[in-house]
Design a protein around this ligand. Structure first.
Ligand code: PMP
Length: 440
């Protein structure tokens, strides 16, 4: 390969040429088990016949009609299906081309809502430390990863950050996970008081933290408390389900398991399942109603938003997740994956934590299993595991800086929902060899 592609792809990487089910094949004929669906994207696996047929069918009819002039059957059909299965109170869908775009739109919608309801001073966003909400400037402003943000400051959206929902290192002596969760949620109350409730428009969080922490769910009660604090201060709750949504945790929306409904929720990766770039921002009838009854329209738009091909793919993916009863399968295979991970790594001297929900699981690598002390970041252990896993024929999604942006290594697993029990065994065996090779 000539290597003219600019970005993360590099000529030194294998060239992907085909995919089938849970496997990707490269130009040399090597096969890789997709243990992370890329980055929790490929929920149906590769080359799904129904999604391919839906895209071909749409292409044969019409590929593009600008949303300034037309809606499309594909966009309307997808929006209807999303809303029929959305959390309570969520009634409208804005289709976009990915996760960052969906988060940008969510932040702008929150701002417009308060402008139209006569509270223009509400402009601040509160998020959590170590969070990731996307790479475009607004989404980057919301995220709590200091090293990602600092080069681009000052950022357009004024954001401050509170504690992550569950970080076992932050627990005080004798404090239960639940008590820590409530203490972390109460930081939202303190932060609102510090900023002045009349200046805060939204709190944004992932129900299960993906890329930056390795599938860390909120402890029970955390989001109920967050919802209650937001309501008391008239602040909008934005849930970022770009990674954990669309069935990944065993329910279509991850927040269903927390027993709450958001004002705005973003989804992306699993919605297109890798077949098309698509994301969506969904909002409550209350927010939409205020805008419809005010200026009349959301002041936003991209050339490709609501793209018919992407919408057709999203509709086919969602139909497959619901129609093939994949949600119970995610829950069952998720348990099988956890059992295998526990059996393989439960006593491993360098595995400090195994966590997650559904087919969204994380393993934390530690220098010392007893003290949970992290590895020296200079070792870049997570990167070594990724390389060793590729050599084993396994794709997993490791990241560093899990704890404080610098220390902490984890591996995120998010295989296709169609992974078989044998393939779960293959995944854990390959991962075990890769971790051993990286530590050697
Ligand atoms: N939010 C979350 C929680 C994510 O994990 C990501 C992507 N990793 C994004 C937003 C951004 O999505 P995209 O890369 O599609 O822009």
């Amino acid at each position: 390969m000539a290597g003219h592609v600019f970005g993360r792809s590099s000529a030194a990487m294998p060239t992907a040429v085909s995919g089938e089910g849970c496997y990707i094949r490269d130009a040399e004929g090597r096969s890789y088990l997709d243990g992370s669906g890329g980055a929790a994207v490929s929920c149906l696996g590769h080359s799904d016949p129904d999604v391919r047929a839906a895209i071909h069918d749409q292409l044969d009819r019409i590929a593009f009609a600008h949303t300034g002039f037309f809606t499309s059957e594909a966009a309307e059909g997808l929006a209807d299906l999303l809303i029929a299965n959305a959390p309570e109170g969520v009634e409208k869908v804005y289709l976009l081309s990915g996760g960052s775009e969906a988060v940008e739109a969510a932040i702008k919608l929150a701002r417009q809502y308060f402008l139209e309801t006569g509270e223009p001073e509400r402009h601040r966003v509160i998020a959590r430390r170590q969070s990731y909400h996307g790479n475009t400037l607004g989404a980057l402003a919301a995220g709590g990863n200091a090293w990602r943000r600092e080069k681009y400051a000052p950022l357009l959206v004024e954001t401050s950050h509170i504690a992550p929902c569950y970080e076992y290192r932050l627990r005080e002596d004798g404090e239960s996970a639940e008590d820590y969760g409530l203490r972390a949620a109460n930081e939202l109350e303190d932060e609102i008081a510090r900023l002045g409730p009349e200046t805060v428009m939204a709190f944004i969080a992932e129900p299960v933290v993906g890329a930056t922490a390795g599938a860390v769910p909120a402890v029970r009660g955390y989001f109920k408390r967050i919802r209650e604090i937001c309501d008391r201060h008239g602040i909008l709750l934005i849930l970022d389900e770009v990674m954990c949504g669309m069935g990944r945790t065993g329910t279509l929306f991850a927040c269903e398991q927390d027993g709450i409904s958001p004002d705005i929720v973003t989804v992306a990766k699993g919605l297109g399942a890798g077949y098309m770039p698509i994301g969506a921002m969904l909002c409550s009838g209350r927010i939409f109603g205020a805008i419809e009854g005010g200026s009349g329209s959301f002041q936003h738009g991209h050339t490709y938003h609501g793209h018919p091909l992407a919408a057709a793919a999203g509709h086919a993916v969602l139909s497959a997740i619901l129609g093939r009863e994949l949600l119970p399968q995610v829950r069952q295979r998720g348990e099988a994956l956890t059992d295998r991970l526990q059996a393989t790594f439960g006593q491993h001297p360098h595995v400090g934590d195994i966590r997650g929900r559904g087919l969204f699981r994380g393993i934390e690598l530690v220098a010392d299993r007893g003290t949970k002390a992290p590895f020296d970041p200079e070792l870049k252990l997570h990167a070594k595991v990724k390389k060793a896993a590729l050599a084993e024929g396994l794709i997993c999604y490791p990241a560093g800086g899990t704890i404080d942006g610098k220390h902490g290594d984890h591996i995120l697993l998010a295989p296709p929902f169609i992974i078989s029990e044998d393939q779960i065994g293959e995944l854990t065996d390959k991962l075990s060899r890769a971790i051993d090779a990286a530590l050697a």
